[in-house]
Design a protein around this ligand. Structure first.
Ligand code: ZN
Length: 242
């Protein structure tokens, strides 16, 4: 197989002559990953995504993760490592990726806006922990959300729950931002929703370009937030007390 400077990652293929697994020379894989290009608003899911139970998924992932660790040369009989495949499987299915399953979507009830509060409501500095879908490394940051009620309001903590639900998936930050905004628009029956996310990507700080200080800001503005005044007002609230 021709090997050039671009061969860093890719799927494994078999070389016809000696049957040794080779890393394929797929430049596109690195291009998409390092530029963090997302391809769709909806999380790309297989049609059979939920045919297996969580328990079945954990058994398979544990098995495959053990293979990864052993391939790296780790000794799984060591006490410190022996439980890792099981811990990773549980963490993937029940914790950091449990937002893939619509059954785990938070149940949100809306209330009538009794106070007729017609101004902007801002929930800022919402903790955000997600995972980059290109490298399976953490995305850590803050989300700031605002809406103007159109007759209906939701409990404040519910905004945090929605952020958390969509964050618990392999993600690209742009898609996460849009998914949170569109869910809130649906629940609150208004276009007047704004979402800003400011986050650090471990795949940028600890590999690739190794930039420790940069963070990525993404924003989605709907309805009145497309006006400069409303947008500036929102951003002023978000920066209060910084
Ligand atoms: Zn990444």
């Amino acid at each position: 197989m021709k090997v050039d400077g671009f061969v860093k990652s890719g799927s494994v293929s078999r070389n016809g002559h000696n049957n040794i697994p080779q890393v394929s020379n797929n430049l596109n894989i690195d291009l998409i990953g390092d530029n963090h290009i997302g391809t769709a608003i909806d999380t790309p899911m297989r049609p059979d995504a939920f045919e297996k139970s969580d328990e079945e998924k954990m058994v398979i992932i544990e098995d495959r993760f053990r293979d990864i660790m052993e391939t790296l040369g780790l000794d799984l009989t060591d006490d410190s490592l022996s439980g890792t495949p099981q811990r990773v499987a549980k963490m993937y299915v029940q914790e950091i990726f449990n937002g893939l399953n619509p059954e785990n979507k938070p149940k949100i009830s809306v209330f009538e806006n009794k106070f007729n509060y017609g101004e902007m409501l801002v929930e800022r500095n919402i903790n955000l922990n997600s995972t980059c879908e290109h490298h399976f490394l953490p995305i850590v940051g803050k989300a700031h959300v605002a809406y103007i009620a159109n007759g209906q309001v939701i409990g404040l903590s519910k905004i945090n729950r929605i952020v958390d639900y969509y964050a618990r998936r392999p993600q690209v930050q742009e898609r996460l931002t849009v998914q949170i905004a569109s869910e809130l628009k649906k629940i609150l029956k208004t276009e007047d929703v704004a979402v800003v996310i400011d986050a650090k990507h471990m795949c940028v700080s600890s590999r690739g370009i190794e930039d420790e200080s940069s963070s990525t800001v993404t924003a989605e503005y709907g309805g009145v937030f497309n006006s400069k005044e409303r947008r500036d007002e929102f951003l002023r609230y978000v920066s209060l007390g910084k």
